[in-house]
Ligand binder design. Structure first.
Ligand code: CU
Length: 128
């Protein structure tokens, strides 16, 4: 009985391995590594800038970043790169208040000719 269980356990591992590998391969690739504010974070202070960090240098002239929240679409200015495979910009107006926000971005990074896009959310809860 013990042997059979071991064989069964091995079979489960062998059969599951390609499924797990398949998940990893099928997951859609995104060059975005992290951001400030971080995706799904809850901030206790209002952010004045956004920073998106990629796995290669983004082309500022072919990048678009939009911020939407309680006041609709927020105006941003001064998009630049700090030279650390990032895009950085100032949230110009209106000021960020408590609420839920979505950052939508599209960019071209490194030597890759593809345009990538994505979005993430964060929340602001200053208690005011
Ligand atoms: Cu900067």
């Amino acid at each position: 009985m013990l042997l059979n269980r071991r064989i069964l356990a091995s079979l489960v591992v062998i059969l599951a391995a390609p499924l797990l590998a398949g998940c990893a391969v099928n997951r859609e690739y995104s060059p975005l590594l992290r951001s400030e504010p971080a995706a799904d974070s809850v901030l206790t202070r209002s952010p004045r800038t956004l920073r998106l960090l990629y796995d290669a240098l983004p082309d500022v002239s072919r990048s678009r970043v939009a911020l939407t929240g309680p006041a609709g679409e927020y105006r941003m200015r001064g998009m630049h790169t700090m030279g650390a495979d990032d895009l950085m910009m100032e949230i110009f107006e209106p000021a960020v208040t408590d609420g839920d926000y979505t950052v939508s971005w599209s960019t071209v990074v490194g030597d890759d000719l593809s345009t990538y896009q994505g979005s993430f959310n964060f929340s602001v809860r200053t208690g005011r």
